[in-house]
Design a protein around this ligand. Structure first.
Ligand code: BJW
Ligand code: ZN
Length: 239
């Protein structure tokens, strides 16, 4: 599948991955927009905005608690593991929209979490931020300052963490190969990253069983699952 761009991959000085929910689908974590996607069952505007949180914090927290326990029970799949193993051969940066931490658990060292993390919590008012180590006895959890804690994720209408976003732009503008894996590219500003890479002359390679708005502009679109295609990508370097 990747033979047409094998030389480009071998010659690459740095490889950047832009990943989305699809890469974790084969770990049993549902995507957002597919046929079994979360947004088919839930109204995004009632769960993933700050207004929704203030409207019904318990509901939003229950949804995140359920997802967190599913995520913590999941394991990185062959796709995550192949990307981690690639670090033996090339500098690799991962710009992920996922909040599941599976890239880090697979062993990747350079992971930029564009939409935050489900295993951290922060205060809605003060600077408090912490890792969640167990489930909360009462929802919503309350900070020492007596205000509500919230999941440390990026909801619709919220800016991405500035430092992470700035690094992501730098990576996108300086890479020579960008792999776009398991994202519908429906959400901005993350969907601009392949555009920046393309403007910089990088080869953009997509791995996704479905077409995306970027497919026509990629150098190669691989219609396959992440857990199938990424080990093949790794094997190019192992030859
Ligand atoms: C496989 C596979 C397999 C399946 N292998 N592949 C109008 C009104 C209001 C806002 C906007 C608007 N128009 C635009 C906006 C901006 C908005 C936006 O983009 N909205 C669009 C949806 C219209 N964006 C924002 O609001 C962002 N912030 C922002 O713009 O700030 C501006 C600002 C600046 C300064 C001050 C203030 C504001 C924030 C976006 C936050 C997104 N948050 C979520 C939830 C995060 C927390 C959580 O997880 O709960 O992030 S939404 C959800 O979508 C989640 C994901 O990270 C994100 C992207 O989804 P992803 O990963 O692409 O998943 P899917 O399901 O869409 O696609 C999966 C793909 O995998 C599919 O293509 C499958 O085919 C494929 N696949 N199995 C490989 N095995
Ligand atoms: Zn506080």
């Amino acid at each position: 599948m990747l033979e047409p761009i094998a030389d480009k991959l071998r010659q690459a000085k740095n490889i950047v991955f832009v990943t989305g929910a699809g890469i974790s689908q084969e770990s049993g974590i549902p995507t957002f927009r597919g046929k079994d996607g979360l947004w088919r069952k839930h109204d995004a505007m009632k769960l993933a905005t700050i207004d929704a949180f203030y409207e019904d914090p318990k509901l939003v927290w229950e949804w995140y608690e359920e997802r967190r326990s599913n995520i913590l029970a999941a394991e990185p799949n062959a796709g995550h593991l192949a990307i981690a193993a690639l670090e033996k051969f090339k500098p690799v940066h991962i710009l992920t929209q996922n909040i599941d931490g599976l890239h880090q658990r697979a062993g990747s060292s350079q992971v930029h979490e564009l939409h935050g993390s489900i295993i951290t919590v922060r205060c809605t008012v003060c600077d408090f931020k912490d890792t969640i180590t167990s489930s909360f006895p009462k929802l919503p959890p309350i900070c020492k300052c007596k205000n509500m804690l919230r999941p440390d994720v990026v909801w619709f209408g919220e800016p991405l963490p500035q430092g992470v976003w700035n690094s992501a732009i730098c990576q996108a503008r300086s890479c020579d190969v960008m792999m776009v894996v398991g994202t519908s590219l429906a959400v901005s500003p993350a969907n601009l990253l392949p555009v920046y890479a393309k403007q910089n002359g990088a080869a953009v390679i997509e791995i996704n069983p479905e077409e995306t708005p970027m497919s026509a502009d990629t150098d190669i679109s691989i219609r396959s699952s992440a857990a199938k295609a990424l080990p093949e990508l790794l094997s190019i370097f192992q030859k």
